[in-house]
Design a protein around this ligand. Structure first.
Ligand code: FAD
Length: 489
């Protein structure tokens, strides 16, 4: 481990004020940095215009350095993912580039480091980071000192020890997974269309989704809709040849839209011939056979695991207090409980829900809270740096909207329940208003408009995931047995 600043090229400028380290470039990380950047920039401008001698204090707007504080954002990816658009990206309605927001573009006033925090020693105000640079140098990790910490690594898929899941399952949390799954589904249709073996065909056309929250339901509904549409271009694959199965351990799906709308969604999916199995679990998926707790067995090449999330494991590598579920214990002011200068929000944090009458209730892990918490968090950091009073986070859950495929949806927002086309339209309008930056809004709107005018995209670009495969073969390497097994990175 190198105990120094990051390498020359990425070294944050010497801090003129406090260094705020933001771990994570998702909803909380990006929005917190964005608010801090705006507020610090505004203050920087004000202080310079009021400075009669024309003396420069710090360099607001440049690489994370401001008069009052510098902001360093550490994120494994150079972009923030707008996760609610992943199902539409999987369906091909939005291209993958427009589902993500480039951090460097929206955060010009911050230093963005591509890498991961691997441990936090808050007592020493030190984070251990593994960056692309430190890996390339062979140094392993570097240490970075900070004054204020924002810990927002979000969550990861909550898996269970189901035999075969690690080998054959895929999650649905990242743009890579969404696009990989889209390519995979179309590829399965190509396999089914070209095989003479009925068992191979049957397994290729069977798609099992585990978990009936919005990620699972939206992903399944959008992909089924896309695949149903795509069958019109196959001479020997019809919609009724495909089996789409949703496995949910409890007695309801889509709890986010309430019980009545959840029941409607079950009816709507079943009407599309989707096999919704409530009170059922996936027991195993070894040898490409999904075995369910109700005894059903489905040979399949597709198992999508969307059965909830758990806090990011990096939280265990910190000296900060966590609750029984592994989330950081936070106050309503979004500070980590019993600790100074450490802040958290979003999926990684247990934040009291002050709007609930239920004692001990905490905010659910969703984007609605994450975005609003980020704003309060940024305000509170600034207030704390300036010795001003902090504010509590308070937001009553407004409900949810979900897309169930093109022109189909379900919504329960501010007590209003909508189904079908109006709900789908509301889903689009709502998310268009929420997706960060005008640039992304314009691009997404243009794509929706174009896809309304022309036919849907049904091409699989799975080979993009293996760019060296062709060259490797030309250079005398072996042809992979299974395209999915290609190791050509
Ligand atoms: C398919 C899908 C659909 C969804 N739809 C909705 C919806 O319609 N409405 C809604 O309210 N919510 C929705 N959500 C949930 C919502 O996206 C999350 O609640 C929200 O992203 C949480 O924000 P966050 O900042 O805590 O985590 P994230 O946005 O996940 O950000 C965490 C970031 O931290 C990074 N990170 C992880 N580990 C480290 C590390 N060690 N060091 C540095 N960085 C790290 C990650 O790469 C990531 O960029 C959906 C989620 C999914 C998966």
């Amino acid at each position: 481990m190198v105990k120094a600043e990051i390498s020359e090229g990425t070294t944050p400028a010497p801090a003129p004020g406090a260094r705020v380290l933001v771990v994570g470039g998702g909803y909380v990380g990006m929005y917190t940095a964005l608010h801090l950047q705006r507020k610090l920039k505004a203050k920087g401008r004000k202080s310079r215009s009021g400075d009669k001698g024309g003396r420069e204090h710090g360099r607001p707007g440049q690489h994370g350095a401001h008069d009052e504080a510098e902001i360093v954002v550490v994120s494994p990816d150079p972009y923030m993912t707008y996760q609610p658009f992943l199902p539409e990206a999987a369906a091909g309605n939005i291209s993958p580039r427009h589902v993500v927001v480039p951090l460097r573009r929206v955060l010009p006033g911050c230093t963005v480091l591509i890498g991961e925090a691997t441990a936090i020693d808050h007592a020493r105000r030190t984070a251990t980071l593994s960056t692309l640079g430190s890996e390339a140098e062979g140094a392993g990790t570097v240490e970075l000192r900070y004054d204020e910490l924002v810990l927002a690594p979000g969550s990861v898929s909550r898996t269970l020890p189901v035999p075969g899941l690690a080998d054959h399952g895929i999650g649905f949390k990242s743009v890579e997974e969404a696009i990989g799954l889209r390519n995979h589904v179309i590829e399965q249709m190509d396999i089914a269309s070209s095989t003479r073996d009925p068992a191979v065909r049957d397994a290729a056309l069977t798609f099992v989704f585990v978990g009936g929250g919005y990620a699972g339901v939206e992903a399944l509904a959008e992909l089924e809709d896309m695949a149903r549409y795509a069958t019109r271009y196959y001479h020997n694959v019809k919609p009724e040849d495909m089996k789409w199965i949703l496995v949910e351990a409890t007695g309801r799906i889509l709890p986010e839209v309430g019980e009545e709308m959840g029941r409607y969604t079950v009816r709507e999916l079943r009407a599309r011939n989707i096999d919704v199995r409530l009170d059922t679990r996936l027991d195993s998926c070894e040898d490409r056979v999904a075995v369910l707790s109700d005894g059903a067995r489905f040979p399949t090449r597709t198992v999508v695991w969307t059965a909830g999330v758990k806090p990011h494991p990096v939280l265990a590598a910190t000296d900060l207090p966590r609750d029984a579920r592994g989330r950081l214990r936070c106050t309503a002011r979004l500070g980590v409980e019993g600790v100074e200068h450490a802040w958290a929000a979003g999926d990684a944090a247990a934040v009291p829900d002050l709007t609930s009458d239920e004692p001990g209730k905490e905010c659910a892990p969703n984007a609605q809270h994450a975005v609003r918490q980020a704003k309060v968090l940024a305000e509170n950091i600034l207030a704390s740096l300036r010795g001003e009073p902090l504010q509590d986070y308070r937001h009553a859950y407004a409900g949810s909207v979900a897309s169930l495929g093109l022109h189909k949806g379900v919504a329960h927002v501010y007590g209003r329940k909508l189904k079908g086309y109006p709900a789908w339209l509301m889903h689009r309008v709502y998310h268009l208003s929420r997706v960060p930056t005008f640039n992304r809004k314009a691009r997404v709107l243009a794509e929706w408009t174009l896809s309304g005018l022309f036919k849907r995209e049904i091409v699989s670009l799975g080979s993009l995931e293996h760019p060296r495969a062709e060259f490797k073969l030309a250079a005398g390497g072996e042809r992979p047995k299974d395209r999915n097994d290609t190791d050509d990175t």
